[in-house]
Design a protein around this ligand. Sequence first.
Ligand SMILES: Nc1ncnc2c1ncn2[C@@H]1O[C@H](COP(=O)(O)OP(=O)(O)OP(=O)(O)O)[C@@H](O)[C@H]1O
Ligand SMILES: [Mg+2]
Length: 322
Amino acid sequence: MRTPGRPKSESSLGEDVAQRQEGPITTPGRLKSESSLGEDVAQRQEGPITTPGRPKSESSLGEEPAAVGHGALSLKDVTLTYPTRRGAIHALGPVDLDIESGEFVAVLGPSGCGKSTLLKLASGLLAPTTGRLTLGGQPVLKPSRRTGVVFQKPLLLPWKNVQDNVLLPATTLGLPMPAARERAAALLKLVGLDGYAGNYPGELSGGMQQRVGIARMLLPDPDVLLMDEPFAALDALTREALTLELQRIWSQQRKSVLFITHSIPEAVFLADRILVMSPRPGRIVEDYRPGLPRPRTLETLGDAAFNAACHHLRRHFSHEAS
Ligand SMILES: Nc1ncnc2c1ncn2[C@@H]1O[C@H](COP(=O)(O)OP(=O)(O)OP(=O)(O)O)[C@@H](O)[C@H]1O
Ligand SMILES: [Mg+2]
């Protein structure tokens, strides 16, 4: 199905900074109505996620500590060097970054500049070589339920059905199962997969599998969503549908999001703030806020402001596209 009145934009949401030959904008999947997730099944039944202690003020002047939301992610002077047999690889930083609770931040940067490294640090999968990371004012020392991660491939267990794949974090985190099952069902509805709980990953399309990955990420009700090119492996149609769905999910749940992508239009469409990284070792060379109104629709792709923002960002990558 094609989009009626497709805007005259050169942009496609899946358009890569280095590959601008992707297909045309097409009609998204249906947008869902309000979900019962607003009630937050897991939180209702398990009690709230443990509130981190009050953050310490950065100031030594005795001022009132600033309030830090649960989803506030902070990196101070963070670097990461990989030790390898052929010597150290300085992959990232130094990076200083503060993401506010509920902010949608996209990261753009050339291949190999350290984007995935940044995401792994934020998730606690990697420890920084130098510097400090905090989430909600508390140090990030290891992976926790406070962060949900989605990678380019959803990495589902093929021998488990959709419901059990979504429930994996409940198993690993020891969450109460009845509440988790109820939440899994609500999340499958949220991502448009109600009716597929009993199917196996091999019976699903790539886009459906990625939706399962998103539902699984959301199961423990994390404070921050870390997404590493989650739609890059999908066809343009599915990618566009999931981009719209992610916007809808975010607008309902208002989690902090760190979203890595190679697509300038995807970054501008989804995020309020776009970080551009330099080649390795990746540093943040621009922190850009286009200020586009929400909600964004396919019509947004034709807006002058949208295209101006894409144009502004593309200057960083013009050598890649040529
Ligand atoms: N486990 C590792 N050991 C050694 N070097 C690594 C390791 N992981 C990544 N690197 C190196 O660190 C640099 C940054 O890698 P990273 O995966 O973060 O880049 P990226 O920006 O995500 O790239 P892409 O856009 O291609 O996904 C690269 O030079 C890569 O070769
Ligand atoms: Mg990467």
